[in-house]
Design a protein around this ligand. Structure first.
Ligand code: ADP
Ligand code: MG
Length: 697
């Protein structure tokens, strides 16, 4: 493979420097290797011949027909000059049109000779036509030969005479001509999973001899791609786990036990208990814990955070909880200090707006060890915040923090604290395995008892009256309502509802009720003030932008209206909806939308009305948008430009690849065995593509 990567395509027969340059410019293809790994985007069936008389519908796929040219004529002038051949297959006629190489083609093709013409028919001026099709004598290689790859091409390449044929010819020239195409997976792995050899796989991925061989080729190439990715991740994870010493927390003591026995506000759910056990087990190994806690909105992660922080206190260290916004930090502070202050735990809040005097007090309490739990925003990772002995860090809503920020927590100690990252963005399993491949993952997959699933309705803008009536009913029952807007101010270019406009309408419509408002451009203290109005039920309605997205907890709020919901992604809608349904009452989420929306958008909104399962929604979101766009993965550094495998659709292969990588490393942790030398070489070659994984510390 090394040689394939070093051989320039300009040396390929029939290529030459000019065309090679075009390929590089348009598709980044420079070497034999690049060309071999530029796979078809799909395949066409060239086993059947279609009849022109049977052509139908506007958007036909590429087809082949067999017949003869009746006449040729050159039409048009200047740039529009074209060669038009009238082609008949006995059932009907179509025009075959070329805009390039007219003189050559006019001499090359003949009337009265039989050809197989392959291309995409379109309807033009009441007649079928094909532009720049492939034309071959029947029986020529290429015609009627089964399945053919269709390659992604650019307009420029097409105009310069490149076609799918160019690629398949080039590929077979390489495959037929080079002897140094060596196997890229060791025999023990190929045999174990009954995988196709590399040469056969490459040949079949480009020009499959049958659908079943194509499937085997695909499997082999996808597996290989995912396997090396997983091998790299797992090797990295193991190295780190072995080399990083952590705090040893063997004890469960006074803090945990007192709280658990006397102050626990409700019995833990089974899932909460399990996660606490998992964290406890990690902290008693002597290695640093790096654990991701995934739990849908409202699943009760805060209580898990608190319980596990108490274990850290029981072992003589301090704990810190970091939240992405001031509002959230404040809410955590209130919840947690409310629960444990009575039993003598010293909890303090540190945010950007903490006054100087309080700040100094916090600093000195942190240093003398009298401060047990620090809760805050980014403020807690500033340089002047030093702990006497920080043993445990909880990061809430992980995706808001960059890797670099998280890494700064390291520097607070000589021994790195245990880290628990909590996220309410459910991440599809395959993605978690990859993005968080080096983390341990805990999942809370059970909501506290008595929750009624939120009822979600889709409603058009013109039916707004019904929405207002619904809001009115809830308000009369003493419930609270969120209304979310996509914009703060009206914007001439965007036909969207804005918060400013909405605020006025809502105040007008619900005169007897108090309305708070919240948006990202407000000063933090203003935001807090407005949020506090709503949280303490001094306001009945909160109009806001998406700033309330994460973590806010007001159990009495039972209705969430989302304006222009067509503008939001699935995960975001799910996050927003999670603000309601946190108390006893039946909750509602009303998705307002324009009547005219794209098909995909409608599918998205309908899925929201059909399920409240965060994992299902995350999965669907990934299918629709691709893994690279899923929240929380952007900063991960994972190369989502996988060539052939997809984290969205190849879940089973991801699992197989991971299991295989783990088995290999279990048997040979440093890959020293001779049968694994190939793995080391391949990893070295690939590592330029694999970057730094998502690390939380
Ligand atoms: P999230 O996982 O979204 O952060 P929270 O920790 O804010 O969820 O919890 C959501 C709500 O559920 C809170 O009002 C909390 O008091 C409540 N809760 C948490 N655990 C339980 C439980 N075991 N039983 C009943 N209610 C619970
Ligand atoms: Mg939370």
């Amino acid at each position: 493979m090394e040689r394939l990567r070093n051989t320039d395509i300009k040396f390929l027969r029939g290529m030459g420097p000019k065309r090679a340059e075009l390929l590089e410019k348009n598709l980044g293809i420079k070497t034999y290797y690049d060309l071999l790994y530029h796979f078809p985007s799909h395949y066409v069936d060239r086993t059947t011949i279609r009849r022109i008389a049977d052509f139908e519908c506007d958007d036909m796929p590429s087809v082949q027909v067999r017949g003869k040219f009746v006449t040729f004529s050159v039409q048009g002038e200047g740039a529009k000059t074209r060669l038009v051949g009238l082609f008949s297959d006995g059932s009907g006629v179509m025009e075959v049109v070329w805009f390039q190489r007219i003189k050559f083609l006019r001499e090359h093709y003949h009337t009265g000779t039989e050809y197989v013409v392959f291309g995409k028919p379109s309807r033009f001026n009441g007649r079928w036509s094909m532009v720049h099709p492939e034309v071959d004598p029947p029986g020529a290689p290429g015609a009627q030969e089964g399945f053919r790859g269709v390659y992604p091409l650019t307009e420029q390449l097409r105009n310069r005479g490149f076609s799918s044929r160019t690629f398949s010819t080039a590929v077979s020239t390489i495959l037929g001509g080079v002897s140094y195409l060596s196997e890229t997976l060791p025999p023990h792995i190929l045999a174990r999973h009954n995988l196709m050899g590399i040469r056969e796989a490459l040949s079949n991925i480009h020009s499959p001899v049958s659908t079943s061989q194509l499937e085997r080729a695909r499997l082999r190439l996808k597996f290989e791609e995912l396997f090396y990715l997983q091998l790299d991740i797992q090797r990295y994870a193991r190295r780190r786990t072995c080399s990083t010493q952590g705090f040893f927390f063997p004890r469960i003591g006074r803090f945990f036990n007192t709280f658990y026995n006397d102050f626990l506000p409700f019995p833990l759910t089974g899932a909460q208990k399990r996660v606490v056990r998992e964290v406890r087990a990690d902290m008693a190994t002597g290695r640093q814990m790096n654990r991701l806690l995934q739990g849908d909105v409202g699943s009760g992660k805060t209580l898990v955070a608190l319980l596990t922080m108490l274990i850290a206190l029981d072992n003589g260290t301090q704990a810190c909880l970091m939240a992405p916004t001031e509002i959230l930090a404040t809410q955590h502070f209130e919840t947690i200090s409310g629960l444990v202050a009575p039993m003598g735990v010293n909890v303090r809040l540190l945010t950007g707006s903490t006054r100087k005097k309080a700040r100094e007090e916090i600093h000195s309490q942190l240093m003398d060890g009298s401060l047990h739990i620090l809760i805050g925003t980014h403020a807690v990772i500033e340089d002047n915040v030093r702990f006497r002995n920080l043993g445990f860090v909880v990061i809430d809503e992980q995706h808001r923090f960059g890797v670099a920020q998280r890494a700064r927590l390291w520097t607070k100690n000589t021994i790195p604290p245990h880290v628990l990252v909590m996220t309410a963005t459910p991440i599809p399993r395959t993605l978690a395995m990859t993005v968080y491949g080096d983390l341990d993952v805990s999942i809370i997959d059970e909501l506290p008892p008595g929750r009624k699933p939120v009822q979600t309705l889709l409603r058009y803008d013109e039916d707004r009256f019904a929405t207002y009536q619904g809001i009115g009913r809830q308000l009369r029952q003493g419930r609270q309502v969120y209304i979310v807007y996509p914009l703060i101010k009206e914007n001439e270019k965007l036909d969207l509802r804005s918060l400013e406009e909405g605020y006025e309408t809502i105040c007008d419509t619900f005169r007897d009720y108090r309305v708070a408002y919240l948006h990202g451009k407000m000063r933090p203290d203003e935001k807090d003030f407005q949020m506090q109005l709503f949280a303490s039920h001094q306001a009945d309605i909160l109009v806001s932008t998406t700033v309330i997205e994460v973590g806010v907890n007001v159990p009495n709020a039972t209705t969430m209206v989302i304006e222009n919901s067509e503008r939001f992604g699935l995960s975001q809608l799910h996050q927003l909806r999670g603000r309601v349904g946190r108390g006893e009452g039946q909750s509602y989420c009303i998705l307002m939308t324009k009547r005219k929306i794209a098909k995909d958008t409608r599918r998205r909104l309908e899925l929201m009305t059909a399920t409240t399962d965060g994992f299902e929604i995350a999965e669907a979101d990934m299918q629709m948008r691709g893994p690279g766009d899923i929240e929380g993965t952007m900063q991960s550094g994972i190369p989502f430009d996988l060539r052939i495998a997809s984290l969205a659709t190849d879940g089973q292969i991801v699992q197989l690849a991971k299991d295989t990588a783990c088995e290999v490393l279990d048997a040979d942790p440093s890959l020293e065995a001779p049968e694994n030398s190939l793995l080391v070489r391949q990893l070295a070659l690939l590592s330029s593509r694999l970057r730094d994984w998502s690390r939380i510390s």
